[in-house]
Design a protein. Structure first.
Length: 176
């Protein structure tokens, strides 16, 4: 076994990425404090051909040095938008007929493996602030809350790790 060289990975060029058919998933970052978390989500979104990222509220926007440290150029490939409020973002998502899902622990949340994905659907996955989680505006306007099962002592995952898990789960369902 040997590690592959970069030129053996057959990755898309920036132009090929921009023209590729994207997966019908939008990642919404709701008031994320850490620009490095934002950059990590950009990189994950590039890896999974996500349709776009929406940055809301205090979430840092490109160009930003801290985002670039972890995005490694993904801000040049992944389409993104910024909205100052959840209300503006929700209106945009509704106009585009996206099913809004908050990734949050709630009294009625559905565990991720139990969530039934319509492979013909379009989804907006809302991830919240590192301390306060997803804002009530998004939760009240979501069709459901989905939760990543956890078994240890901590009550949450890092937002960029959570984004990777949930995005991977959705994309693998679309591919199957």
């Amino acid at each position: 076994m040997r590690k592959l060289k970069l030129d053996e990975l057959n990755r898309l060029s920036t132009d090929e990425f921009k023209n590729a058919t994207k997966n019908p998933v939008i990642i919404v970052l709701d008031n994320i404090r850490s620009a490095m978390n934002v950059g990590s989500v950009f990189r994950t979104s590039d890896a999974f051909l996500i349709e776009e990222i929406i940055l809301v509220g205090i979430t840092a926007q490109p160009p930003n040095r801290e985002i670039q440290k972890t995005a490694l150029g993904a801000t040049e490939t992944v389409t993104w938008k910024y909205f100052s409020t959840a209300t503006e973002c929700i209106q945009y998502l509704r106009e585009k007929n996206y099913t809004i899902l908050s990734v949050e622990q709630s009294d009625n949340s559905v565990m991720l493996p139990d969530f039934k994905i319509d492979i013909n659907g379009k989804y907006a996955l809302v991830l919240g602030n590192e301390v306060d989680g997803v804002s009530y505006d998004f939760i009240h306007n979501s069709q459901s809350c989905i939760e990543v099962p956890q078994f240890g002592t901590k009550h949450s995952l890092n937002v960029s790790v959570c984004a990777g898990i949930v995005t991977w789960y959705f994309i693998t369902r679309f591919l199957n």
